[in-house]
Design a protein around this ligand. Sequence first.
Ligand code: GLP
Length: 255
Amino acid sequence: MLVIIKKDYEKLSKEAAKLVADRLKKKPNLVLGLATGSTPLGLYKELSRMHKYEGLDFSKVTTFNLDEYVGIPPSHDQSYHYFMQQNFFKNVNLDPRYIHVPQGMAKDVDQFCNWYEDRIKSFGGIDLQILGIGSNGHIAFNEPGSSLGSRTRIKTLTPATRKDNKRFFKKNEEVPKYAITMGVGTIMDAKELLLVASGKGKAEAIHQSVEGPLTAMCPASIIQMHKEAFVIVDKDAASKLQGTYVDSWEPITIK
Ligand code: GLP
């Protein structure tokens, strides 16, 4: 795992986008795992800018989103479908046939989850998975206590996550109770992981994930076991880290 600390949110977003762009240039048909939440917004903005002004090409890319709320249609302005459309998909030249977001309205959720897993495999697996982190250490919607080997399935959201998400909904009752999410095992199968976190509210979760014990109570701690994981954080999110870390993912060249 490589932990990279940047001065602020803008710099962390640019650093993360540079890594995605690098992988995309090396493999134009990249299979990219995508995350929602406010943290990757800067990364999506920078990738959109690179597409518009630098010709970064997404035409051969396949995407798989981590999660989606159950019971909210794609047209709902708080659905992850809508979020991705507004903040990324509409800005780049992805082929809609190769965009995948879990179907929160699926009639048979189990069948859908199996299909999603098979579909990921049929594209040769995810090359690079972008991740955010919940303040309780969740990744995607794998809440504390999630099995570290879990696959795509339906999960009940914890009161803490529902509270964090309340700001996006008009009424408390509107905050979804369930989500379809890739499992921790699904995420760990990705060839590379890129976790981004910003702000003091994430400092404890980052400390526990990077330096704490490996535990299902902090699902993000599993990334310590991944061979190619990048954690890019700003100074605030890094404020509880005790180790010494670098400021770029690019390999160090010794002169
Ligand atoms: C939701 C998403 C996660 C995301 C988390 C943090 O729970 N399912 O994938 O990492 O929010 O969001 P934010 O970046 O807004 O703090």
